[in-house]
Design a binder for this molecule. Structure first.
Ligand code: NAD
Length: 272
């Protein structure tokens, strides 16, 4: 799967309609989470398709990351989506207050039982993934913010070395890529939109972008990124810009700028 469809903050009939049109256009991977409260509309939208034709990523919120609550979360997720398994089941944000060892035992067990095909982490650094491997977690997938205005090259390289699937959330920096000068210049050069240049940059890094939109025109535009390639020089120029950026959540200029509850530089990610 080379591109996925992001569903936050779509809910109810708007979500069902957006996922329905994304599937019709050819998207086959849907990103959701317990926190999004949209399992039921997604279930309705995928009901006309064979289950194996569609990949679903879901994520469990930090307050449910104990073995008991994880079981409850997965049970509810499967029930509401009316499916026997989830393709990628991730910890949405790491909860550094919890002893993590048993959580990984539980996630590994879900995988052995076929209730999830792959397990993984979201919003992490290399430190977390290393620590997860030390604790024998059979991690397959990592989902992080990645866009031309911010990326974590260390984590990207680590994912490639360890053959981990990398899913990129906020691939359009929540819309900020539309007004970026470098991307506008490349947009003119390649006759593609800023959004398409951004998605292509992610795909050429062998990561899976998860763009979201309820606008069918944008959904179609975001799929139309497989008929051109960015040159090595242009990739390098975007890399340079992205490596100097900060996570969008931390950028006041974009109206977010709340101090994060999660310390990305944390060396010892979970209590020993
Ligand atoms: P995004 O970077 O995909 O940007 C979406 C914004 O850009 C929307 O306002 C949309 O209307 C607009 N847009 C989309 N395509 C466009 C186009 N071609 N031209 C112009 N505008 C366009 O950000 P997002 O949708 O917030 O995030 C994508 C997905 O990532 C979410 O839906 C969710 O599934 C996932 N996500 C995961 C986490 C996490 O913690 N793991 C956090 C945030 C989002």
């Amino acid at each position: 799967m080379l591109i996925g469809f992001g569903t936050y903050p779509l809910k109810g009939s708007q979500c069902e309609k957006a996922v329905g049109s994304a599937l019709k256009l050819g998207y086959r991977m849907i990103d959701t989470a317990t926190f999004y409260e949209n399992f039921l509309p997604i279930k309705a939208a995928i009901s006309g398709y064979k289950r194996h034709e569609i990949a679903i990523t879901s994520k469990v919120w930090p307050d449910s990351q104990t073995p008991e609550l994880l079981e409850e979360d997965l049970k509810n997720t499967l029930k509401q989506l009316d499916t026997a398994y989830i393709d990628d089941y991730l910890l949405h944000w790491p909860n550094s207050r919890l002893p993590i060892k048993d959580v990984f035992v539980t996630l590994n067990y879900f995988k052995e039982q076929g209730l999830v095909k792959r397990i993984g982490l979201s919003n992490v650094t290399v430190n977390h993934v290393r620590r997860a491997f030390e604790l024998n977690a059979k991690i397959d997938t990592v989902q992080i913010e990645m866009n031309p205005l911010f990326y974590d090259p260390n984590l990207l390289a680590y994912c490639h070395e360890n053959k981990l699937i990398l899913q990129a959330w906020w691939p359009l920096a929540h819309g900020s890529v539309m007004k970026n000068e470098l991307l506008s210049r490349l947009s003119n050069k390649y006759k593609k939109t800023n959004a398409q240049i951004s998605l292509r940059w992610i795909i050429q890094h062998s990561a899976i972008p998860l763009p979201g939109s309820s606008n069918e025109h944008h959904q179609k535009e975001n799929l139309n990124v497989f008929d051109f390639s960015l040159s090595e020089e242009d990739m390098a120029e975007i890399n340079h810009m992205a490596s100097r950026g900060t996570r969008l959540r931390m950028r006041e200029s974009d109206g977010f700028g709340f101090s994060d509850e999660f310390d990305y530089a944390y060396e010892d990610c979970w209590p020993r």
